[in-house]
Design a protein around this ligand. Sequence first.
Ligand code: PGA
Length: 254
Amino acid sequence: MRTPIIAGNWKMNKTVAEARELVAEMIPFLKDVQGVKTVFCPPAPSLLPIAAMLEGTDIDLGAQNMHWESGGAYTGELAPAMVSEFGEFVILGHSERRAYFGETDETVNKKIRAAQANGLTPIVCVGETLEENKANKTSEVVSRQIKAGLADVSAALVIAYEPIWAIGTGLAATAEIANDTIKTIRAVLAELFGEEDAQKIRILYGGSVKGSNAAEYFSQSDIDGALVGGAALKADDFVKIIYVARAEVMKSNA
Ligand code: PGA
């Protein structure tokens, strides 16, 4: 059984004061949830204050990006050890980073290696554009991203399949289609790491997941949770997504 992960990607939203307020609202509902891993990925300035708030809970923390170098003259960047001081996870290769900040499969690969070397679990994002989707290129694109991004890394990672056209648009991929693509991703992971390890890797879906559609995704065979953007900024909706995931876990354990 793969423990589902629900990770909130807050993107460039929330000051520290606002972040504290949001987390304080959610902690009472999430601190004792069993069978689902909750991860908050706030902007970097909030990592320290939120880490303090999460002490004594099972909720984990992650960054949204980092550099692969261990330090030096890289103005504006975060080193892996700066993230691992507070967090357990780091989102890498998000489509917004690939589109606006020039990230490539090659730089994502360097970042994954650096994350693993620093004891962080990377949440590696892959996904196709609308044009690629329409041209039936989804499998080809995600396979390429996985093979190039994951060269010479270990299986200690999480994948997030996020069709780019479904991010922040309200146009979620249907659960069945997302599950099929995730099966393709798992087959590529099996080529890289062997079947046994591939079965252990959590593969999340991301793109317009909210409380009202979460059950469709979490009831699928190969979807092991979600990377949530917009709905992670609303306490009640994010809590609902985690409760839906927990209900699906309880159903499959029954
Ligand atoms: P969304 O974002 O839930 O707002 O679509 C998901 C993401 O980009 O990780």
